[in-house]
Design a protein around this ligand. Structure first.
Ligand SMILES: Cc1ncc(COP(=O)(O)O)c(C=O)c1O
Length: 440
């Protein structure tokens, strides 16, 4: 059956960029995923960055069970009780003045809804996004994404300008080295102003540019971004798909930064593995959007079952102190990653916060040229050795392992993961040295 199903996957699935189908996967529990040969694989990506509680956490399983027994889906105009409860609970978590949510399915969708709202409220359409950003694959979200492949899909939604990302390790304007002085932002805004058409709407940004290589903007960046947005009559949108609900050691990146955006989007980490996202704003902006006739009506908006999963996520993060745990386990992992960096010249930079890390692999520490081959080979080898990891391999932004295990991961599991990273790196570098000696 195993071979037959693998063949079925090869024959009948559209290849969307998913990589190998040499094996299929059958179950996932905690920080482990099991493949069709019964091999347990440590999950250093929390699924697609969504399973912060670990896979199939009992609270999520119970939410799904009770949701299925009560109401899975309703007419989109009916507000289910769990949706009202989740909106209230979220409002208790949110920094003021954010207090109103709309529940959709995916991160892309939350960005569509937010940009649509910003355009409606401001009456403009010009949007600024950062280089290296990823906001999704749907219309407006894709137009504002610069870490994803943009070629081959026809014209994007007009009105989007890109400004250089604050990447101190590989400064996109060739200005800084290791310490970003915000020149990228000043230059980017100057360029925007030069081409602006007088219809400002929004600046959209990830608080940590994750798909772009886990880029952590410097202190003061978001204060300035908000100030500059306000000066131009633009709304600041934070895309907290990966940073909300504990991942980086805060309720939200916004609370850690002390900068509250006009609109905040949460997605991946809200549903505990189920598709659930929210676009969140203040009373004042919601009022103005409503007054102007804002609508966002989809088949699965305000669905009751995923809302129960969202409630279970918030309650579990509180009950299991997962925000503190992200900082604590992140510190534990960071010490081990630092030790690996001492050992291997190939680890040029380690970036991140809480339990979200980017490990930048370089050919040498002076040139910082990304070692794309080493990153690809070691990621493949890690999987063979029982560790699933994500790789962000772009010549312009680095060869970066992205590590984001569930917040519930144990020290033993982290130790095991680091052992595998160590072994994969050692083997990869040894193999290369051998080939070099052989004159290949
Ligand atoms: C920051 C960010 N925003 C939006 C998205 C898109 O979310 P989704 O894939 O759920 O549409 C992603 C997905 O990786 C993301 O990382």
């Amino acid at each position: 059956m195993t071979d037959e199903l693998r063949q079925a996957a090869r024959d009948h699935l559209i290849r969307y960029g998913q990589g190998e189908t040499d094996r299929l996967y059958v179950s996932a529990m905690g920080a482990m995923v099991r493949d069709d040969e019964g091999r347990d694989i440590l999950d250093f990506t929390s699924g697609q960055m969504c399973a912060t509680l670990g896979h199939s956490h009992p609270a999520i399983v119970e939410a799904i069970r009770s949701g299925a027994e009560n109401a899975i889906h309703l007419f989109s105009g009916m507000i289910p009780e769990p949706v009202a409860r989740l909106a209230k609970k979220l409002a208790e978590w949110l920094p003021e003045p954010l207090s109103r949510s709309m529940f959709v399915n995916t991160g892309s969708e939350s960005n569509e809804a937010a940009l649509r709202m910003a355009k409606m409220v401001t009456g403009g359409y010009e949007v600024i996004a950062l280089g290296g950003s990823w906001h999704g694959v749907t219309g407006q979200a894709a137009a504002a994404s610069f870490a994803s492949e943009r070629r081959g899909y026809g014209p994007k939604v007009p009105g989007v300008s890109v400004i250089p990302e604050p990447f101190a390790y590989r400064c996109p304007i060739g200005h800084c080295r290791d310490q970003c002085d915000l020149s990228c932002l000043k230059v980017g805004l100057k360029m925007f102003d030069m081409g602006a058409e007088g219809a400002p709407a929004a600046i959209i940004a990830e608080p940590i540019l994750s798909a772009g290589g886990v880029i952590v903007p410097p202190e003061g960046y978001f204060n300035m971004l908000k100030e500059e947005a306000s000066k131009r009559g633009m709304l600041l949108i934070f895309d907290e798909a990966q940073t909300a609900f504990g991942r980086i050691g805060h309720k939200f990146a916004a609370t850690g930064l002390g900068v509250t955006p006009h609109i905040m989007n949460v997605s991946k980490t809200l549903g505990g593995g189920l598709p659930l996202a929210a676009t969140i704003t203040s009373d004042a902006i919601e009022e103005e959007a409503h007054r102007r006739g804002y609508s966002y009506y989809t088949s699965h908006i305000s669905d009751p079952l995923p809302a129960l999963a969202g409630l279970a996520v918030l309650e579990t993060v509180e009950k299991e102190n997962l925000i503190e745990r992200a900082t604590q386990m992140g510190g534990y992992l960071r010490r081990q990653l630092d030790a690996l960096q001492q050992k291997y010249e190939a680890i040029g930079d380690i970036r991140g916060q809480g339990l979200l890390f980017g490990i930048d692999l370089v050919k040498d520490r002076e040139s910082r040229d990304p070692d794309l081959e080493l990153a690809a080979n070691t990621t493949r080898r890690c999987l063979e050795l029982g560790l699933s990891m994500n790789i962000k391999n772009r010549p312009e932004r680095g060869a970066v392992w992205r590590i984001a295990p569930p917040l519930t991961i144990t020290e033993d599991e982290l130790d095991r993961g680091v052992e595998i990273l160590d072994k994969a790196l050692r083997e990869g570098l040894d193999a290369r040295a051998k080939m070099k000696r052989a004159g290949a």
